[in-house]
Design a protein around this ligand. Structure first.
Ligand code: URA
Length: 161
């Protein structure tokens, strides 16, 4: 369960951990959340070689529960992936991914939809797509934050280096 996407992507979407569908296929975000994410990526107009998708955790955690110790163990793999891919923008999906990529970020509901430019690579926080599937309220928030992300991308901030 490693990566799907281009080898020189402009944008890398960072999720939390593989679920059952991801464990079966060996690819990130291929279940229901993945379909929600793919629809968003299509709306953003990113071509297949312009984006990548990966997770903080490389194995499915027991009972799908996010484990910070597993995240620490997997961190060197994530860092190697990002060093290889060298994206211009990271999009964190959910609270755990945001915390891992930008430990000083405010809570997810405050951070989502607002780019964070303090680190070496800008991070654009989104809710986790599973949240957008869970309620109308979060679906609307997901849609609004996507519009912001689209504007950020269109502004040329995340052009290939
Ligand atoms: N949720 C995630 O965070 N990652 C996946 O790959 C699937 C669901």
């Amino acid at each position: 369960m490693v990566y799907r996407g281009g080898l020189s992507p402009r944008v890398v979407f960072v999720g939390e951990a593989p679920g059952a569908a991801e464990d079966r296929t060996g690819l990130p975000f291929v279940g229901r959340s993945g379909r929600k994410l793919d629809a968003a990526i299509e709306r953003l107009g990113l071509a297949s070689d312009e984006f990548g998708v990966l997770n903080l955790l490389k194995c499915r955690p027991p009972e799908n529960r996010f484990d910070p110790r597993a995240a620490a163990t997997c961190r060197p793999f994530l860092d190697r992936q990002l060093a290889f891919l060298r994206p211009s923008l990271l999009v964190s999906l959910g609270a755990h991914a945001l915390r891992a990529l930008d430990p000083r970020a405010p809570p997810i509901l405050r951070a989502a939809g607002v780019p964070r430019t303090g680190g070496p690579v800008p991070v654009f926080p989104l809710l986790h797509p599973a949240a957008a599937l869970r309620s109308r309220r979060w679906a609307e928030r997901w849609d609004r934050d996507l519009v912001e992300l689209g504007a950020w991308l269109a502004g040329g901030v995340a052009q290939p280096v």
